[in-house]
Ligand binder design. Structure first.
Ligand code: EPU
Length: 431
Protein backbone atom coordinates (compact mmCIF):
# COMPACT_ATOMS: atom_id res chain seq x y z
CA UNK A 1 0.00 0.00 0.00
CA UNK A 2 1.31 3.42 -0.92
CA UNK A 3 0.29 7.05 -0.57
CA UNK A 4 1.56 10.27 -2.10
CA UNK A 5 3.06 12.91 0.15
CA UNK A 6 3.04 16.37 -1.41
CA UNK A 7 4.58 19.60 -0.16
CA UNK A 8 2.63 22.21 -2.11
CA UNK A 9 3.05 25.78 -3.19
CA UNK A 10 5.91 25.43 -5.73
CA UNK A 11 5.19 26.54 -9.32
CA UNK A 12 5.76 23.87 -11.99
CA UNK A 13 8.41 24.20 -14.69
CA UNK A 14 10.10 21.99 -17.29
CA UNK A 15 8.77 19.32 -19.63
CA UNK A 16 6.32 16.42 -19.27
CA UNK A 17 5.98 13.61 -21.82
CA UNK A 18 2.50 12.14 -22.35
CA UNK A 19 1.94 8.36 -22.58
CA UNK A 20 -0.38 6.37 -24.85
CA UNK A 21 -4.12 6.83 -24.35
CA UNK A 22 -5.59 4.67 -21.58
CA UNK A 23 -9.11 4.52 -23.00
CA UNK A 24 -7.77 3.56 -26.44
CA UNK A 25 -5.37 0.94 -25.03
CA UNK A 26 -8.04 -0.73 -22.88
CA UNK A 27 -10.15 -1.24 -26.03
CA UNK A 28 -7.34 -2.10 -28.46
CA UNK A 29 -5.92 -4.87 -26.24
CA UNK A 30 -9.25 -6.80 -26.10
CA UNK A 31 -9.66 -6.03 -29.84
CA UNK A 32 -6.53 -8.11 -30.46
CA UNK A 33 -8.73 -11.16 -29.64
CA UNK A 34 -10.40 -10.61 -33.03
CA UNK A 35 -7.14 -11.04 -34.89
CA UNK A 36 -5.88 -14.36 -36.18
CA UNK A 37 -2.20 -13.39 -36.16
CA UNK A 38 0.27 -11.08 -34.45
CA UNK A 39 -0.65 -7.50 -33.52
CA UNK A 40 2.38 -5.35 -32.82
CA UNK A 41 1.13 -2.47 -30.66
CA UNK A 42 3.29 0.55 -29.81
CA UNK A 43 2.80 3.33 -27.25
CA UNK A 44 0.97 1.11 -24.74
CA UNK A 45 0.76 3.01 -21.43
CA UNK A 46 2.20 1.24 -18.39
CA UNK A 47 -0.82 1.46 -16.09
CA UNK A 48 -2.49 -1.14 -13.92
CA UNK A 49 -5.67 -1.37 -16.09
CA UNK A 50 -3.46 -2.43 -19.02
CA UNK A 51 -1.55 -4.96 -16.89
CA UNK A 52 -4.87 -6.51 -15.83
CA UNK A 53 -6.17 -6.76 -19.39
CA UNK A 54 -2.95 -8.39 -20.59
CA UNK A 55 -3.26 -10.97 -17.77
CA UNK A 56 -6.87 -11.65 -18.81
CA UNK A 57 -5.76 -12.20 -22.43
CA UNK A 58 -2.96 -14.51 -21.27
CA UNK A 59 -5.46 -16.55 -19.24
CA UNK A 60 -7.44 -16.91 -22.50
CA UNK A 61 -4.34 -18.38 -24.13
CA UNK A 62 -2.93 -15.30 -25.88
CA UNK A 63 0.81 -15.18 -26.42
CA UNK A 64 2.24 -11.83 -25.36
CA UNK A 65 5.82 -10.78 -26.06
CA UNK A 66 7.22 -7.56 -24.68
CA UNK A 67 9.40 -5.82 -27.27
CA UNK A 68 10.20 -2.81 -25.11
CA UNK A 69 8.59 -0.76 -22.30
CA UNK A 70 5.69 0.39 -24.47
CA UNK A 71 5.60 -2.10 -27.36
CA UNK A 72 4.12 -5.58 -27.35
CA UNK A 73 3.30 -8.37 -29.76
CA UNK A 74 -0.07 -9.93 -28.96
CA UNK A 75 -0.89 -13.17 -30.72
CA UNK A 76 -4.43 -14.50 -30.22
CA UNK A 77 -4.28 -17.20 -32.91
CA UNK A 78 -4.85 -20.02 -30.40
CA UNK A 79 -7.18 -18.80 -27.73
CA UNK A 80 -9.86 -20.44 -25.65
CA UNK A 81 -13.54 -19.71 -26.32
CA UNK A 82 -14.43 -20.04 -22.66
CA UNK A 83 -14.19 -17.20 -20.15
CA UNK A 84 -11.86 -18.06 -17.27
CA UNK A 85 -10.49 -14.87 -15.77
CA UNK A 86 -13.75 -13.73 -14.08
CA UNK A 87 -12.03 -12.42 -10.95
CA UNK A 88 -9.68 -10.21 -13.00
CA UNK A 89 -12.50 -9.07 -15.31
CA UNK A 90 -14.54 -7.85 -12.35
CA UNK A 91 -11.80 -5.38 -11.41
CA UNK A 92 -11.88 -3.33 -14.59
CA UNK A 93 -14.47 -1.44 -16.61
CA UNK A 94 -13.00 -2.20 -20.02
CA UNK A 95 -13.45 -5.96 -19.58
CA UNK A 96 -16.85 -5.38 -21.25
CA UNK A 97 -14.95 -5.07 -24.55
CA UNK A 98 -14.19 -8.80 -24.26
CA UNK A 99 -17.90 -9.43 -24.96
CA UNK A 100 -17.81 -7.67 -28.35
CA UNK A 101 -14.45 -9.17 -29.27
CA UNK A 102 -15.30 -12.77 -28.24
CA UNK A 103 -18.74 -12.61 -29.86
CA UNK A 104 -17.16 -11.35 -33.08
CA UNK A 105 -14.47 -14.02 -33.13
CA UNK A 106 -16.34 -17.08 -31.80
CA UNK A 107 -20.04 -16.22 -31.66
CA UNK A 108 -20.01 -16.68 -27.89
CA UNK A 109 -18.70 -14.85 -24.84
CA UNK A 110 -18.64 -15.32 -21.06
CA UNK A 111 -17.48 -12.22 -19.24
CA UNK A 112 -18.10 -11.05 -15.69
CA UNK A 113 -19.94 -7.74 -15.22
CA UNK A 114 -17.39 -4.91 -15.35
CA UNK A 115 -15.93 -2.93 -12.43
CA UNK A 116 -14.18 0.44 -12.72
CA UNK A 117 -14.70 3.85 -11.09
CA UNK A 118 -17.90 4.39 -9.12
CA UNK A 119 -19.42 7.31 -11.04
CA UNK A 120 -23.07 6.39 -10.38
CA UNK A 121 -25.19 3.98 -12.39
CA UNK A 122 -23.20 2.55 -15.31
CA UNK A 123 -25.64 0.49 -17.40
CA UNK A 124 -24.60 -1.56 -20.46
CA UNK A 125 -28.06 -1.78 -22.04
CA UNK A 126 -26.88 -0.10 -25.27
CA UNK A 127 -24.08 -2.65 -25.69
CA UNK A 128 -26.61 -5.47 -25.26
CA UNK A 129 -29.09 -3.81 -27.61
CA UNK A 130 -26.38 -3.77 -30.31
CA UNK A 131 -25.34 -7.41 -29.82
CA UNK A 132 -28.99 -8.52 -29.81
CA UNK A 133 -29.73 -6.63 -33.05
CA UNK A 134 -26.84 -8.58 -34.60
CA UNK A 135 -28.37 -11.93 -33.62
CA UNK A 136 -26.82 -12.66 -30.22
CA UNK A 137 -28.77 -13.95 -27.23
CA UNK A 138 -27.52 -12.20 -24.11
CA UNK A 139 -28.25 -13.12 -20.53
CA UNK A 140 -26.79 -11.94 -17.22
CA UNK A 141 -26.66 -14.59 -14.48
CA UNK A 142 -24.75 -14.52 -11.20
CA UNK A 143 -22.74 -11.48 -12.27
CA UNK A 144 -21.65 -13.07 -15.57
CA UNK A 145 -22.67 -11.89 -19.05
CA UNK A 146 -23.40 -14.93 -21.23
CA UNK A 147 -23.73 -14.11 -24.94
CA UNK A 148 -24.28 -16.63 -27.71
CA UNK A 149 -25.04 -16.47 -31.43
CA UNK A 150 -27.22 -19.48 -32.40
CA UNK A 151 -25.90 -19.52 -36.01
CA UNK A 152 -22.29 -19.06 -34.83
CA UNK A 153 -21.66 -15.75 -36.69
CA UNK A 154 -23.13 -12.31 -35.98
CA UNK A 155 -25.09 -10.62 -38.77
CA UNK A 156 -24.66 -6.94 -39.67
CA UNK A 157 -27.51 -4.68 -38.49
CA UNK A 158 -28.64 -1.06 -38.30
CA UNK A 159 -28.31 0.14 -34.71
CA UNK A 160 -29.34 3.53 -33.29
CA UNK A 161 -27.86 4.27 -29.86
CA UNK A 162 -30.30 5.90 -27.41
CA UNK A 163 -27.43 7.57 -25.56
CA UNK A 164 -24.04 8.65 -26.85
CA UNK A 165 -21.86 5.98 -25.27
CA UNK A 166 -18.12 5.47 -25.73
CA UNK A 167 -18.28 1.89 -24.49
CA UNK A 168 -21.30 0.85 -26.59
CA UNK A 169 -19.86 2.47 -29.74
CA UNK A 170 -16.57 0.59 -29.39
CA UNK A 171 -18.11 -2.70 -28.25
CA UNK A 172 -20.56 -2.86 -31.17
CA UNK A 173 -17.76 -1.90 -33.56
CA UNK A 174 -15.66 -4.82 -32.20
CA UNK A 175 -18.58 -7.22 -32.61
CA UNK A 176 -19.28 -6.03 -36.16
CA UNK A 177 -15.86 -6.25 -37.84
CA UNK A 178 -16.10 -10.04 -38.39
CA UNK A 179 -19.92 -10.15 -38.77
CA UNK A 180 -21.65 -11.19 -41.95
CA UNK A 181 -22.64 -8.08 -43.96
CA UNK A 182 -22.79 -4.41 -43.07
CA UNK A 183 -23.44 -2.79 -39.68
CA UNK A 184 -24.44 0.85 -39.37
CA UNK A 185 -24.25 2.42 -35.91
CA UNK A 186 -25.91 5.83 -35.52
CA UNK A 187 -25.64 8.44 -32.75
CA UNK A 188 -22.19 7.14 -31.84
CA UNK A 189 -19.53 8.70 -29.59
CA UNK A 190 -16.79 10.67 -31.38
CA UNK A 191 -13.94 10.73 -28.84
CA UNK A 192 -10.38 10.52 -30.23
CA UNK A 193 -10.05 6.99 -28.83
CA UNK A 194 -13.07 5.86 -30.91
CA UNK A 195 -11.17 6.90 -34.04
CA UNK A 196 -8.03 5.23 -32.68
CA UNK A 197 -9.79 1.89 -32.16
CA UNK A 198 -11.28 2.09 -35.69
CA UNK A 199 -7.81 2.83 -37.10
CA UNK A 200 -6.37 -0.12 -35.19
CA UNK A 201 -9.06 -2.45 -36.53
CA UNK A 202 -8.51 -1.21 -40.11
CA UNK A 203 -4.76 -1.68 -39.82
CA UNK A 204 -5.41 -5.32 -38.81
CA UNK A 205 -7.64 -5.91 -41.87
CA UNK A 206 -11.11 -4.61 -40.90
CA UNK A 207 -13.30 -2.25 -42.95
CA UNK A 208 -14.58 0.50 -40.61
CA UNK A 209 -15.59 3.93 -41.94
CA UNK A 210 -16.92 7.12 -40.39
CA UNK A 211 -15.29 6.95 -36.94
CA UNK A 212 -15.14 10.51 -35.59
CA UNK A 213 -18.57 11.33 -37.09
CA UNK A 214 -22.09 10.48 -35.81
CA UNK A 215 -22.40 7.36 -37.98
CA UNK A 216 -20.00 4.43 -38.24
CA UNK A 217 -20.32 1.89 -41.07
CA UNK A 218 -18.63 -1.46 -40.80
CA UNK A 219 -18.42 -4.02 -43.59
CA UNK A 220 -17.74 -7.40 -42.03
CA UNK A 221 -14.62 -9.25 -43.23
CA UNK A 222 -13.92 -13.00 -42.94
CA UNK A 223 -10.62 -12.66 -41.15
CA UNK A 224 -8.21 -10.13 -39.67
CA UNK A 225 -4.66 -11.32 -39.80
CA UNK A 226 -2.47 -8.90 -37.89
CA UNK A 227 -0.29 -5.87 -38.40
CA UNK A 228 1.32 -2.90 -36.67
CA UNK A 229 -0.30 -0.04 -34.75
CA UNK A 230 0.77 2.85 -32.53
CA UNK A 231 -1.73 4.14 -29.93
CA UNK A 232 -2.46 7.90 -29.85
CA UNK A 233 -1.30 10.07 -26.92
CA UNK A 234 -3.65 10.33 -23.94
CA UNK A 235 -5.93 13.38 -24.24
CA UNK A 236 -6.98 13.22 -20.57
CA UNK A 237 -3.47 12.66 -19.20
CA UNK A 238 -2.28 15.71 -21.18
CA UNK A 239 -5.34 17.67 -19.99
CA UNK A 240 -4.55 16.73 -16.39
CA UNK A 241 -1.04 18.23 -16.60
CA UNK A 242 -2.42 21.32 -18.35
CA UNK A 243 -4.98 21.72 -15.56
CA UNK A 244 -2.21 21.22 -12.99
CA UNK A 245 -0.10 24.05 -14.44
CA UNK A 246 -3.24 26.21 -14.57
CA UNK A 247 -4.01 25.59 -10.89
CA UNK A 248 -0.47 25.51 -9.46
CA UNK A 249 1.10 28.16 -11.73
CA UNK A 250 4.38 28.07 -13.66
CA UNK A 251 5.25 27.07 -17.23
CA UNK A 252 5.62 23.59 -18.74
CA UNK A 253 6.00 22.08 -22.20
CA UNK A 254 3.61 19.12 -22.49
CA UNK A 255 5.17 16.82 -25.13
CA UNK A 256 3.80 14.01 -27.32
CA UNK A 257 0.24 15.30 -27.68
CA UNK A 258 -2.21 15.87 -30.53
CA UNK A 259 -3.08 19.55 -29.85
CA UNK A 260 -6.38 19.30 -31.80
CA UNK A 261 -7.66 16.69 -29.31
CA UNK A 262 -7.03 19.16 -26.49
CA UNK A 263 -8.97 22.14 -27.94
CA UNK A 264 -12.03 21.31 -25.82
CA UNK A 265 -9.86 21.55 -22.67
CA UNK A 266 -7.51 24.42 -23.59
CA UNK A 267 -10.47 26.64 -24.60
CA UNK A 268 -11.64 26.53 -20.96
CA UNK A 269 -8.17 27.08 -19.55
CA UNK A 270 -7.75 30.16 -21.77
CA UNK A 271 -11.03 31.52 -20.33
CA UNK A 272 -9.45 31.00 -16.89
CA UNK A 273 -6.51 33.26 -17.81
CA UNK A 274 -3.98 30.56 -18.77
CA UNK A 275 -1.57 31.05 -21.70
CA UNK A 276 -1.65 28.16 -24.19
CA UNK A 277 0.61 27.83 -27.24
CA UNK A 278 0.02 24.81 -29.48
CA UNK A 279 3.11 23.46 -31.27
CA UNK A 280 3.21 20.58 -33.77
CA UNK A 281 3.08 17.74 -31.23
CA UNK A 282 3.37 19.67 -27.96
CA UNK A 283 1.58 22.35 -25.97
CA UNK A 284 3.28 25.08 -23.97
CA UNK A 285 1.22 26.11 -20.94
CA UNK A 286 1.91 29.05 -18.63
CA UNK A 287 0.05 30.69 -15.77
CA UNK A 288 1.48 33.56 -13.76
CA UNK A 289 -1.43 35.95 -13.03
CA UNK A 290 -4.57 35.22 -11.04
CA UNK A 291 -7.14 32.66 -12.23
CA UNK A 292 -10.48 33.86 -13.62
CA UNK A 293 -13.81 32.21 -12.83
CA UNK A 294 -15.71 30.36 -15.54
CA UNK A 295 -18.53 27.87 -16.03
CA UNK A 296 -17.93 24.31 -17.23
CA UNK A 297 -20.41 21.79 -18.58
CA UNK A 298 -19.22 18.28 -19.38
CA UNK A 299 -20.49 16.67 -22.57
CA UNK A 300 -19.51 13.93 -25.02
CA UNK A 301 -16.64 14.90 -27.38
CA UNK A 302 -16.08 17.50 -28.75
CA UNK A 303 -17.61 18.96 -25.56
CA UNK A 304 -15.59 19.43 -22.38
CA UNK A 305 -14.66 15.88 -21.19
CA UNK A 306 -16.22 14.53 -18.01
CA UNK A 307 -12.85 12.89 -17.29
CA UNK A 308 -11.36 16.40 -16.90
CA UNK A 309 -14.07 17.70 -14.56
CA UNK A 310 -12.43 17.17 -11.11
CA UNK A 311 -8.99 18.34 -12.26
CA UNK A 312 -10.31 21.64 -13.65
CA UNK A 313 -12.51 22.15 -10.59
CA UNK A 314 -9.34 22.50 -8.47
CA UNK A 315 -8.27 25.59 -10.46
CA UNK A 316 -11.79 27.01 -10.12
CA UNK A 317 -11.51 26.64 -6.32
CA UNK A 318 -8.67 29.19 -6.52
CA UNK A 319 -10.20 31.49 -9.16
CA UNK A 320 -11.60 34.92 -8.29
CA UNK A 321 -15.41 34.77 -8.12
CA UNK A 322 -18.03 32.06 -8.44
CA UNK A 323 -17.90 29.27 -11.04
CA UNK A 324 -20.59 26.75 -11.91
CA UNK A 325 -19.75 23.19 -12.98
CA UNK A 326 -22.47 21.04 -14.54
CA UNK A 327 -21.81 17.32 -14.92
CA UNK A 328 -23.54 16.24 -18.12
CA UNK A 329 -22.44 12.59 -18.34
CA UNK A 330 -22.29 10.84 -14.93
CA UNK A 331 -24.69 10.85 -11.95
CA UNK A 332 -22.01 10.72 -9.27
CA UNK A 333 -18.86 12.59 -10.21
CA UNK A 334 -18.77 14.76 -7.09
CA UNK A 335 -17.15 12.42 -4.59
CA UNK A 336 -13.98 14.54 -4.75
CA UNK A 337 -15.85 17.54 -3.29
CA UNK A 338 -15.73 16.39 0.35
CA UNK A 339 -11.99 15.81 0.00
CA UNK A 340 -11.40 19.29 -1.46
CA UNK A 341 -13.48 20.81 1.35
CA UNK A 342 -10.98 19.34 3.83
CA UNK A 343 -8.41 21.53 2.12
CA UNK A 344 -10.50 24.68 2.48
CA UNK A 345 -12.40 24.66 -0.84
CA UNK A 346 -15.86 26.24 -0.87
CA UNK A 347 -18.12 24.07 -3.02
CA UNK A 348 -21.88 23.49 -2.88
CA UNK A 349 -23.34 20.58 -4.84
CA UNK A 350 -26.97 20.19 -5.85
CA UNK A 351 -27.59 17.18 -8.07
CA UNK A 352 -25.42 17.52 -11.15
CA UNK A 353 -24.43 21.13 -10.45
CA UNK A 354 -21.59 22.42 -8.28
CA UNK A 355 -21.19 26.06 -7.32
CA UNK A 356 -17.57 26.87 -6.51
CA UNK A 357 -16.62 30.04 -4.66
CA UNK A 358 -12.95 30.82 -5.17
CA UNK A 359 -10.74 31.02 -2.06
CA UNK A 360 -7.28 32.68 -1.85
CA UNK A 361 -5.50 29.39 -0.98
CA UNK A 362 -6.01 25.69 -0.22
CA UNK A 363 -4.32 24.12 2.79
CA UNK A 364 -2.70 20.66 2.94
CA UNK A 365 -4.69 17.80 4.50
CA UNK A 366 -4.95 13.99 4.47
CA UNK A 367 -7.30 13.13 1.57
CA UNK A 368 -8.40 10.11 -0.47
CA UNK A 369 -8.39 9.37 -4.19
CA UNK A 370 -12.08 8.39 -4.52
CA UNK A 371 -11.66 7.39 -8.17
CA UNK A 372 -9.13 7.83 -10.97
CA UNK A 373 -9.82 11.45 -11.98
CA UNK A 374 -10.79 12.51 -8.45
CA UNK A 375 -7.39 11.16 -7.39
CA UNK A 376 -5.61 13.24 -10.03
CA UNK A 377 -7.53 16.27 -8.75
CA UNK A 378 -6.31 15.59 -5.20
CA UNK A 379 -2.71 15.55 -6.40
CA UNK A 380 -3.23 18.89 -8.19
CA UNK A 381 -4.85 20.32 -5.06
CA UNK A 382 -1.92 19.08 -2.98
CA UNK A 383 0.54 20.77 -5.34
CA UNK A 384 -1.35 24.08 -4.95
CA UNK A 385 -1.89 23.86 -1.19
CA UNK A 386 0.06 25.49 1.60
CA UNK A 387 1.66 22.73 3.69
CA UNK A 388 1.59 18.94 3.34
CA UNK A 389 -1.08 16.84 1.65
CA UNK A 390 -1.19 13.05 1.89
CA UNK A 391 -3.24 11.30 -0.79
CA UNK A 392 -4.39 7.78 0.07
CA UNK A 393 -5.91 5.03 -2.13
CA UNK A 394 -3.58 6.01 -4.97
CA UNK A 395 -4.17 2.63 -6.65
CA UNK A 396 -7.10 4.41 -8.32
CA UNK A 397 -4.64 6.91 -9.85
CA UNK A 398 -2.25 4.18 -10.96
CA UNK A 399 -5.04 2.50 -12.94
CA UNK A 400 -4.81 5.31 -15.47
CA UNK A 401 -1.69 7.48 -15.08
CA UNK A 402 1.75 6.17 -15.97
CA UNK A 403 4.49 7.42 -13.61
CA UNK A 404 2.44 10.36 -12.35
CA UNK A 405 4.78 11.01 -9.43
CA UNK A 406 7.92 10.94 -11.60
CA UNK A 407 6.33 13.16 -14.25
CA UNK A 408 5.33 15.80 -11.69
CA UNK A 409 8.80 15.58 -10.10
CA UNK A 410 10.38 16.21 -13.50
CA UNK A 411 8.42 19.49 -13.51
CA UNK A 412 9.84 20.48 -10.12
CA UNK A 413 7.01 19.25 -7.86
CA UNK A 414 7.75 18.09 -4.32
CA UNK A 415 5.88 14.78 -4.35
CA UNK A 416 6.89 11.32 -3.14
CA UNK A 417 5.27 7.91 -3.25
CA UNK A 418 5.62 6.48 0.25
CA UNK A 419 4.75 3.03 1.54
CA UNK A 420 1.96 3.16 4.11
CA UNK A 421 2.98 2.08 7.60
CA UNK A 422 1.88 -1.39 8.54
CA UNK A 423 2.09 -2.36 12.21
CA UNK A 424 5.68 -3.05 13.20
CA UNK A 425 7.28 -1.67 10.02
CA UNK A 426 8.88 1.69 9.28
CA UNK A 427 7.87 4.03 6.46
CA UNK A 428 9.96 4.31 3.32
CA UNK A 429 9.97 5.62 -0.22
CA UNK A 430 8.09 3.15 -2.42
CA UNK A 431 9.80 1.89 -5.54
N1 EPU B 1 -24.94 4.69 -20.77
C1 EPU B 1 -26.18 4.08 -20.80
N2 EPU B 1 -26.25 2.82 -21.35
C2 EPU B 1 -25.17 2.18 -21.85
C3 EPU B 1 -23.90 2.81 -21.81
C4 EPU B 1 -23.83 4.08 -21.26
O1 EPU B 1 -27.17 4.64 -20.35
O2 EPU B 1 -25.31 1.04 -22.32
C5 EPU B 1 -24.83 6.06 -20.21
C6 EPU B 1 -23.96 6.11 -18.96
O3 EPU B 1 -24.71 5.83 -17.79
C7 EPU B 1 -23.43 7.53 -19.00
C8 EPU B 1 -23.33 7.82 -20.50
O4 EPU B 1 -24.15 6.87 -21.15
O5 EPU B 1 -24.36 8.40 -18.44
C9 EPU B 1 -21.93 7.73 -21.09
O6 EPU B 1 -21.34 6.48 -20.75
P1 EPU B 1 -20.24 5.79 -21.68
O7 EPU B 1 -20.74 4.48 -22.12
O8 EPU B 1 -19.78 6.77 -22.71
O9 EPU B 1 -19.06 5.54 -20.63
P2 EPU B 1 -18.11 4.29 -20.54
O10 EPU B 1 -17.86 3.75 -21.90
O11 EPU B 1 -18.55 3.36 -19.47
C10 EPU B 1 -15.92 5.64 -20.96
C11 EPU B 1 -14.62 5.83 -20.25
C12 EPU B 1 -14.85 6.71 -19.03
C13 EPU B 1 -15.46 8.04 -19.46
C14 EPU B 1 -16.73 7.80 -20.29
C15 EPU B 1 -17.31 9.08 -20.89
C16 EPU B 1 -13.45 3.78 -20.70
C17 EPU B 1 -12.96 2.48 -20.20
N3 EPU B 1 -14.11 4.52 -19.83
O12 EPU B 1 -16.78 4.99 -20.03
O13 EPU B 1 -13.56 6.95 -18.52
O14 EPU B 1 -15.81 8.80 -18.33
O15 EPU B 1 -16.42 6.90 -21.38
O16 EPU B 1 -16.37 9.72 -21.69
O17 EPU B 1 -13.24 4.13 -21.85
C18 EPU B 1 -11.92 7.46 -16.94
O18 EPU B 1 -11.08 7.25 -17.81
O19 EPU B 1 -11.65 7.98 -15.83
C19 EPU B 1 -13.32 7.06 -17.19
C20 EPU B 1 -14.20 6.92 -16.22
Amino acid sequence: MTKYVIHGGKPLSGEIEISGAKNAAVAIIPAALLVDGVCRIENIPQISDVTLLLRILEQHGAEINTINRHTMDINCTDISKRGTAFELMRQIRASYYLVGAMLGRFGRAEVSMPGGCDLGVRPIDQHIKGFTAMGAEVEIRNGIIYANVPGGRLRGADIYLDVVSVGATINIMLAAVLAEGQTIIENVAREPHIVDVANFLNSMGADVRGAGTNVIKIRGVDKMSGGFYSIIPDQIEAGTYLAAVAAVGGEVLIKNVIPKHLDCITAKLIEMGVTIEAREDAIFVKRTGSLCRTNVKTLPYPGFPTDMHPQVAVGLCLAEGISVVTEGVWDNRYRYVDELRRMGAKIQVDGKIAVIEGVPALTGAPVKACDLRAGAAMVIAGLCAIGTTEVEDVYHIERGYENLVEKFKSAGADIECVSVLEKGSSPGIAI
